[in-house]
Design a protein around this ligand. Structure first.
Ligand code: SIN
Length: 305
């Protein structure tokens, strides 16, 4: 039987009693959706999944985004299931070695936002028995709730421009990333987009701060200097220790998290010879704002009441 054990921290729960290599019953999917909204980050330990399983499970939540900036590589099986790794073969990285290594929200730079990240841990670096390369999250429901009332009121209808290039250039400039500069073609594929600053979360019905240091470049309704100052305030606010939670990985953890209610970063505390290998699907919010999609979550909530 599927069980959900909250971590007791500001985010996170462990889901047991389910084999994600098998089809999910509707009610179990509903319970997972509900728990995802409530806890933001769900860990499914000891899952034995192949690429097809990861893709099938991910597609339950919405459409999968392929590579954020290039056309899908159809020469390998399951191109939608990305590789995050510092493994090199013939001098070339087999996947993105430094993906997500500072605070951001995946796909806030797209017109259709991201909803869920599905990340499967295959090789986890360890030093002295301790896992490295954790993933850290911050809770954007809690961040919204803790904002001063005057900011919530003044910016209630504000919108934010998000730009993919901001994070890319930050990684090159400040993190010694070996990424090449973005090409004009890549810029054309990822123009800046606009989203509301505050969202009503479709699962929890609560407000969340939808803004992140990785991609947010401008609060459109404020003059530029005021926007810069307010963004700096929001970035500091949302990263306060009381909103943060670190997931420490085990091999065969399948972790999913909700991009609408959290921001995250990959912790780069391991060296080039300490191997990390993950597979990832980035799922867009193509379904979650549709009330029909949320029916299993409503059923699960009714059953639990
Ligand atoms: C990501 O930002 O999507 C990757 C997080 C991680 O590798 O821990």
């Amino acid at each position: 039987m599927l069980t959900i054990e909250p971590t007791g921290a500001v985010l996170g729960a462990t889901v047991r009693g389910v084999d994600l290599a098998q089809p999910l019953a509707d009610l179990d999917f509903g319970r997972i959706l509900l728990a995802l909204g409530r806890h933001g980050v769900l860990r499914f330990p000891d899952q034995h999944l192949d690429l097809g399983d990861i893709k099938r499970f991910s597609e339950l939540f919405g459409e999968i985004q392929g590579s954020p900036i290039s056309a899908a590589d159809t020469t390998r099986p399951y191109p939608e299931v990305g590789i995050l790794s510092n493994i090199r073969e013939n001098g070339e990285y087999i996947g993105s070695p430094d993906a997500g290594q500072d605070w951001h929200t995946d796909m806030s730079y797209r017109d259709v936002m991201g909803f869920v990240n599905v990340l499967y841990g295959i090789r986890i670096p360890r030093r002295d028995g301790r896992p490295l390369g954790g993933t850290e999250f911050a809770n954007m429901h809690a961040a919204y709730d803790a904002l001063p009332q005057d900011i919530r009121s003044r910016l209630a209808d504000a919108t934010v421009t998000h730009n993919f290039e901001k994070f890319w250039e930050h990684m090159r400039r400040d993190k010694a990333s070996g990424r090449p500069p973005m090409t004009d073609e890549q810029r054309r594929r990822r123009p800046p987009v606009v989203h509301p600053l505050f969202l009503t979360h479709p699962i929890t019905g609560r407000r969340a701060l939808y803004c992140n240091p990785g991609y947010a470049v401008r609060i459109n309704e404020l003059p530029e200097a005021e926007s810069d100052a307010m963004l700096a305030t929001l970035f500091t606010h949302q990263l306060q220790p009381e909103f943060r939670y670190v997931h420490e990985w085990n091999e065969r953890d399948l972790l999913i998290w909700d991009h609408l209610g959290t921001i995250h970063r990959a912790i780069a505390d391991y060296g080039p010879d300490e191997i990390r290998l993950m597979r990832r699907c980035q799922v867009m919010a193509t379904k979650v704002f549709d009330p029909a999609f949320l029916r299993p979550a409503r059923d699960a909530a009714l059953q639990a009441a």
